[in-house]
Write a protein that binds this ligand. Structure first.
Ligand SMILES: NCCCC[C@H](NC(=O)[C@@H](N)CCCCN)C(=O)O
Length: 429
């Protein structure tokens, strides 16, 4: 049975409640079946080059086959592995080497531009290759690899620094700069190779599957933003409201655990890193679960509620904080693999990059402002206020998820869905 037949089986043979309209019910959902076939899993007519006489391809080189998509996935994941493990780009390393702090700041600025763009590309590739299939799992795997990259970086960079110090015979800025340069060259080069291979495989798949023919002719415009559906704006609000209570909290976490729970710096570091440590193995598992069950909105709601509970525990109780932080680790992993794929179901393919770019811009704007606000709150009001502030941010996110649920529910009714109790099923099938 070819991949296309498997696909047909998936589309047409599922039980009725699973084939019901997906959500949010925008005009694009009517295109689901077409998109599914036009995706890199097969072309509009269900033909692939592998099916053409005399053009049999092996499983590993056929873009319609799982094995080939696994190869693509490996490069997709390692793209982020390199990107996130290079906390230091070349400019940053040069700043350290020359002992110029401002240059290091410029490096961080450039890193922000490059790293986030790479993340937009990574998300868009993931949707292109895996929409309607294992998309939540793929986002979970990407996150897992990024976390693994950070962990490898943290463990290896100290060793590289010591080796360079041994070689140079001192521990000054030049030692730090050289160590950073070495790390940067290796990881950036690695990421670059992955990006080039991925670009080639994507082009190749487009050519083989004649994707050009299936294109609607619509072009990418920045003004697309004004046509974004309400559901997408709600997803943006969920994203920014949620992430501002995660990344800045982890940034200030060490001080929090030292002040509130009298932890030693080493203990505080350990508990603070548990969210990312949990997310490495948990994200793919949870992504798989979301793929199997669908209903991304419900999962996002669970993640937001659990995160709120974890923050409230940290704010108002003296219970062992390992419980709250572990809960935070699991809920963050769940959100990361259920939220980001939803974008693909509310905008057409040609607007995906713009939508992801916009989502990350808003996320980063929120992060920049809230990080400053959080620091000021901690300095002036203490950790309790800070925690209450984070809880308020998550409540905004929670309101947005509930509104998203209702929007879907009402749109489902408008469109005459037979049974809305199964609404909020973002699965394409
Ligand atoms: N590509 C996988 C889904 C995105 C996960 C999400 N990524 C972001 O928020 C990006 N803006 C990168 C942030 C890096 C932060 N250190 C995430 O949860 O990391």
């Amino acid at each position: 049975m070819t991949q296309f037949h498997t696909l047909r089986w998936r589309v047409y043979s599922l039980p009725p409640q699973r084939t019901r309209t997906t959500c949010p019910r925008t005009k694009y959902n009517n295109m689901t079946d077409i998109e599914e076939r036009q995706s890199l899993l097969g072309n509009v007519n269900g033909e692939s080059e592998a099916e053409e006489p005399g053009k049999q391809m092996s499983a590993i080189s056929d873009p319609t086959r799982l094995l080939h998509r696994i190869v693509v996935l490996i490069f997709m994941c390692f793209l982020g592995f390199g990107e996130l493990s290079v906390i230091y780009v070349v400019i940053f390393a040069a700043g350290a080497l020359l002992n110029r702090f401002w240059l290091m700041e410029v490096g961080r600025f450039v890193f922000g531009i490059g790293g986030e763009s790479l993340s937009v590309a990574q998300n868009t590739y993931a949707v292109n290759w895996f929409k309607g299939k294992e998309l939540n799992l793929v986002f979970g795997l990407q996150l897992s690899m990024a976390r693994l990259g950070s962990t490898v970086n943290m463990n290896i960079m100290g060793w590289v620094y010591s080796r360079v110090a041994d070689l140079i015979g001192s521990k000054g800025p030049s030692t730090l700069g050289t160590a950073l340069m070495i790390g940067t060259v290796f990881t950036c080069f690695f990421s670059l190779v992955c990006a080039l291979v991925l670009g080639y495989l994507d082009r190749r798949a487009e050519r083989i599957l004649k994707k050009e023919q299936g294109k609607t002719g619509e072009v990418i415009k920045l003004t697309d933003v004004k046509d974004f559906p309400l559901s997408l704006w709600l997803i943006f609000i969920i994203c920014v409201g949620y992430y501002v209570a995660i990344f800045p909290f982890i940034g200030l976490g060490q001080v929090f655990f030292i002040e509130k729970f009298n932890f030693s710096p080493a203990e505080a570091r350990a508990i603070n890193s548990v969210v990312y440590i949990i997310s490495a193995p948990a994200s793919p598992i949870l992504g798989f679960l979301v793929d199997k069950t669908g209903r991304n909105v419900i999962w996002v709601m669970c993640a937001v509620v659990t995160t709120l509970a974890a923050h409230m525990m940290l704010a108002f109780t003296f219970w062992n904080p390992w419980i709250a932080m572990s809960l935070l680790g699991v809920s963050y992993s769940l959100l990361a693999c259920a939220l980001w794929p939803m974008v693909a179901f509310v905008v057409p393919d040609h607007q995906l990059g713009t939508a992801y770019g916009f989502m990350q811009s808003i996320q980063n704007l929120g992060l920049a402002l809230i990080s400053m606000a959080a620091g000021a709150i901690l300095d002036n009001r203490g950790y309790l206020f800070l925690e209450v502030f984070f809880c308020a941010c998550i409540c905004i996110s929670l309101i947005a998820v509930v509104v998203l649920y209702l929007v879907d529910f009402l749109q489902g009714k408008d469109e005459g869905a037979v049974d809305v109790t199964f609404g909020l099923d973002f699965r394409v099938l």
